[in-house]
Ligand binder design. Structure first.
Ligand code: GLU
Length: 423
């Protein structure tokens, strides 16, 4: 198969990083040029305008995207983000990473991502509901249990998923609980979904510590981000005996060398909306959190926070990527040289989409599992993926990210070869 050469974006940013990771995997695998070109581009992408009737009667216009990167192994799968940082290139990168994540943990999905360029904090619940419903209405023909299954991401939550499920269901004329995951339990959500990403991150962090012969008790962690992923990870790490000495959010960071009281911090955040001002620790500069001398550093916020500009100052032994794309390829190279173990996003934060898969299976069968069943299956899947990736990295002398990406890309490429080209 010959084709136009794969587009490799040269600018900085998540899409350039995603293209570079794919190119490296393609080189390692000796991937056919045509398949590389195919995988470098999204299968389908949609950009929609979202006019919003504001509470005061005026109208504002927003832009949303949904990118289905690949659907060769099953329906497209991935979250929807509400954030002012959303643009098409970011969504393309995040969609590509979802394809690799789903292939790596071997669940029968392709990859997708969606986003609306909006600051959800500036809107009432009613406005967010109208934005969500209009965005999803515009995409409705392309969403559904066999087509594309959204989930929460930055700036969206269970309530957003309930509105999406209702919008799709109203359009179809019957309830379609399998059209979205991360829904409330009462309308077909899964037990264990809410903290699945955090649980997966912590399983992986503990495996990574073990691989370096370090016991959790007495080891230290710094966590960037105290939202859906970071807060749960902080709590579960503390439960495992790890001293969580620093935590940040977009407004500030707090530090306590003996370990923060995560329960008290969660109560402070519930009251004030931020970790800032917590009196159980001292204030810390946000950027310094990444440079603390800790065993575990967990970036659990946004992409592009560990770059060539700060990688050489990072002192953590192990980085576990709770966020998608927090480390740039330049930084990866610097960290590999320094012997830092980086556990890549597509493995570390896969717990969320693993339980999304369980939610979809349950919703499609209308038969519900216990929390224990969900968490046991999650642990089995993510631990198996850890061993596969670690084994591949060891036997080929590559980083965990290179190993994970090439395993995933090989699986997606093989699906294409087996299915062949139509017509
Ligand atoms: N947004 C999450 C992620 O980046 C979850 C995706 C899903 O469950 O579909 O993995």
């Amino acid at each position: 198969m010959t084709a136009e050469p794969a587009t490799v974006s040269t600018a900085d940013g998540p899409l350039a990083a995603a293209h570079q990771q794919l190119a490296e995997a393609a080189r390692f695998l000796g991937l056919e040029e045509g398949i590389h070109a195919l995988l470098a581009q999204p299968r389908r992408e949609m950009t929609v305008r979202i006019p919003l009737r504001r509470d005061d009667g005026s109208m504002s216009l927003y832009t949303g995207h949904r990118v289905q990167h690949n659907v060769s192994r099953g329906p497209a799968k991935g979250g929807i983000r509400f954030s002012t940082s959303v643009d098409l290139d970011e969504v393309r990168a995040l969609a590509m990473w979802m394809s690799w994540k789903c292939a790596l943990i071997d669940i029968p999905y392709g990859g997708a991502k969606g986003g609306v360029a909006i600051d959800p904090r500036q809107h009432s619940t009613g406005e967010l509901e109208r934005v969500t419903r209009r965005y999803v209405s515009e995409l409705a023909d392309f969403i559904g249990p066999e087509r594309d299954i959204p989930a929460p991401d930055i700036g969206t939550d269970e309530q957003t998923m309930a509105w999406i499920m209702d919008t799709i269901s109203t359009g179809r004329g019957y309830s379609v609980p399998g059209s979205v995951t991360g829904k409330p339990l009462e309308i077909g959500g899964s037990r264990g979904r809410a903290n699945a990403t955090s649980l997966g991150v912590v399983h992986i962090a503990l495996e990574a510590l073990r691989s370096r012969g370090v016991s959790p008790e007495g080891s230290t962690a710094a966590i960037q981000g105290f939202g859906k992923v970071g807060a749960g990870a902080a709590r579960l790490l503390a439960d495992a005996g790890v001293r969580v000495i620093a935590v940040s959010d977009q407004f500030g960071a707090v530090y306590r060398s003996n370990g923060l009281d995560i329960h008290a911090l969660e109560q402070h955040v519930a009251r004030t909306g931020s970790v800032s001002g917590f009196n159980g620790g001292e204030a810390l500069d946000n950027s310094l959190l990444l440079e603390l001398d800790v065993q575990l550093l967990l970036p659990c916020a946004i992409e592009g926070v560990i770059t060539a500009a700060n990688a050489a100052r990072i002192r953590a032994d192990i980085i576990v990527e709770g966020a998608n794309g927090p480390t740039s390829p330049d930084a990866d190279a610097i960290l590999a040289d320094r012997g830092t173990l980086v556990v890549p996003d597509i493995l570390a934060n896969a717990g969320g989409v693993i339980v999304s898969y369980f939610e979809w299976v349950q919703a499609n069968q209308a038969y519900w599992w216990s929390t224990l069943e969900v968490e046991t299956k999650l642990t089995d899947r993510i631990t198996a993926a850890w061993h596969t990736v670690q084994g591949e990295a060891k036997s080929t002398g590559r980083t965990l990210r290179s190993a994970a990406t090439s395993i995933a890309v090989a699986r997606v490429a093989q699906a294409h070869r087996l299915r062949g080209l139509y017509p």
